[in-house]
Design a protein around this ligand. Structure first.
Ligand SMILES: Cc1cc2nc3c(=O)[nH]c(=O)nc-3n(C[C@H](O)[C@H](O)[C@H](O)COP(=O)(O)OP(=O)(O)OC[C@H]3O[C@@H](n4cnc5c(N)ncnc54)[C@H](O)[C@@H]3O)c2cc1C
Length: 526
């Protein structure tokens, strides 16, 4: 954020034989690539390395869930995310029937139907294809993954002054070619991100303990094209087949493929014991990323659910757990539905912090700490339907959504002008450059009022004025959906699309206070 990056290097630059960069990322898997893109779009200089000569080609994770699709969309990457993927709207269950000594269809359901996700669907395709999207977006921004490089050593400055100076480069990492080739590089960075996977070299180098859970159960996975003669009717939706002997789970994939998982048995029967899969590398200062405070507890919840969910697919494990805990473990799909808010990523709520207001300063349905929910509105200038989430792209900026109430008569014009003046003064005082982008959502627009009549501060671009008029089946009523009355509201949205604060329209100082917690006041040293 701005406090830490007053003068961004847009890319690594050589200075004698040392490269200097804002952030060095070790590992170009999904985590490292997503981190690099987020930083790049926020104007932070980034260098990303990976020890593999080439990225993965197949296998591994296979689906994007609803909130992640929204995040891809916020980077303008929705279309590539959908392209070529299998779309999963429905799941089906089958059970073993001893009478026919075979499996019988039990039921279907739509796991994400009850969430308020913008896209109530999973996109299934290989992790390699999702990584490609991120790699391409990085390349467009001038950032290439440096391959095959790995770190040899990490050093940190011990000078307190340097550690607290956001313009300094207190981290020194020596890199060598992972293929044994010539070429040692020294990188000096402001921050280091270890995104080098479950067996992270960075984590071990920093002496951070592996925390996580493992399961002794081993599953086999195979990608295949079902035969056209197959009599199994549900290859194009997700299915689970329960039997007393072994369970299997299938997911449709890109190119008409299907991935089939089958439980093989206990780990000890198949392979040596290994360390767990869950990496808990730590990030930089809390102020910067709030990872420990926000994402970590959610990640732990997800890991716990994942373990429970995975175990419940195994008839053997399910029986043991049921006996031990006296709970019903027969319905993993039912659990999926019950937890759909958490699993889709749409119901996550971060606790109050410097970037989440301690309370809602007025009663609305928008909750500080939750993501800005989707809602289709009409764009005043061209009457096109536009989703409010599209006003919140991942560009590293805060968004101030001004729900300005009605814009019908002269009194409304005067009211909006007064508001615009106050906002202008506040934003000039607290926010340097265009770190806060303002958009205006009007409740009702009078027939004689035009987009150009909206005061300039509320109309930074012709696309930033929207209204609540219902003109097509695609649009909703935002004021009703968000429970904002005619009196309007100020909604401050964080760069990652989460609501930071909701305040009454005439209490601009509450937005100012929220911004002052994280932004550098112009003219003030950092
Ligand atoms: C066989 C398999 C099947 C899976 N199936 C699923 C699934 O169905 N669903 C699901 O959600 N998840 C699945 N996963 C897990 C999923 O792939 C991981 O959660 C995800 O890849 C983690 O992303 P990451 O970026 O943290 O780490 P990784 O994807 O592991 O990426 C780490 C990167 O860092 C690089 N690296 C490592 N060490 C160094 C070093 N010292 N120097 C430089 N670079 C380094 C690696 O080359 C790699 O590119 C599966 C994983 C595997 C292995």
């Amino acid at each position: 954020m701005q406090r830490r990056f007053p003068a961004s290097d847009m890319s690594a630059r050589a200075e004698t034989d040392v490269q200097k960069v804002d952030v060095l990322i070790i590992g170009a898997g999904p985590a490292g690539l997503a981190c690099a893109l987020g930083l790049l779009r926020a104007g932070v200089g980034v260098k990303i390395i990976d020890q593999k000569l080439e990225r993965i080609r197949a296998g591994q994770a296979d689906a994007l869930l609803p909130r992640t699709i929204e995040v891809f969309e916020s980077y303008g990457l929705k279309d590539p995310a959908f392209k070529g993927g299998a779309l999963i709207y429905q799941q089906a269950e089958y059970h073993y029937d001893p009478e026919i000594d075979g499996v019988k269809f039990t039921r279907t359901f739509e796991p994400m139907a009850t969430t308020d996700a913008r896209y109530k669907v999973f996109i299934a395709k290989s992790q390699a294809m999702f990584e490609d999207i991120l790699v391409d977006a990085l390349r467009e921004g001038g950032v290439l993954v440096d391959r095959p490089y790995k770190p040899l050593s990490i050093g940190f400055s011990t000078d307190e002054r340097e550690l607290n100076d956001p313009t300094a480069y207190p981290v020194t990492v020596k890199l060598v070619r992972a293929d044994g080739g010539e070429g040692e590089v020294t990188v000096k960075a402001k921050y280091l991100v270890g995104a080098d996977g479950a067996h992270s070299w960075t984590r071990k180098a920093l002496g951070i303990e592996m925390e996580g859970q493992t399961t002794p159960r081993i599953w086999g996975a195979i990608d295949f094209h079902p035969s056209p003669e197959s009599n199994f009717p549900d290859w194009r939706i997700t299915t689970i087949v329960h039997t007393p002997f072994v369970n299997s789970f299938s997911i449709p994939r890109e190119g008409d493929q299907v991935r089939l998982y089958t439980e093989l048995g206990l780990e000890e029967h198949y392979i040596d014991r290994m360390t767990g899969r869950v990496d808990t590398t730590k990030f930089g200062p809390e102020k910067l990323l709030e990872y420990e405070h926000e994402r970590r507890s959610f990640a732990q919840e997800l890991i716990a659910f994942d373990k429970w969910y995975a175990e419940s697919f195994s008839p053997d494990a399910s029986r043991t757990i049921q006996k031990e805990l006296n709970i019903d473990m027969n319905a993993p799909f039912a659990a999926l539905r019950a937890f759909s808010g958490m699993l889709s990523g749409c119901e996550i709520r971060y606790a109050p912090s410097d970037i989440v207001a301690p309370e809602a300063y007025m009663p609305t349905a928008l909750v500080p700490g939750k993501r800005m929910p989707p809602c289709a509105l009409v764009r005043t200038a061209d009457h096109a339907p536009v989703d409010v989430q599209d006003l919140c792209p991942s560009d590293g900026r805060f968004k101030l959504l001004v729900f300005a109430g009605n814009f019908v008569n002269d009194a409304d014009t005067t009211r909006l002008e007064c508001l615009a003046e106050r906002l202008d003064t506040t934003l000039k005082r607290v926010a340097e450059g265009d770190i806060v982008s303002v958009a205006c959502v009007l409740k009702t627009v009078g027939e004689r009022k035009r987009c150009g009549d909206v005061p300039r501060v509320l109309r930074s671009h012709w696309t930033s004025v929207l209204e609540d008029t219902v003109c097509s089946p695609e649009t909703e009523k935002a004021y009703d959906k968000f429970a904002i009355g005619e009196q309007g509201a100020l909604v401050l949205v964080r760069p990652d699309g989460y609501v930071a604060a909701v305040a009454p329209l005439d209490e601009v100082q509450l937005v100012e206070e929220a911004l002052l917690k994280v932004l550098v006041v112009p003219g003030q040293s950092v």
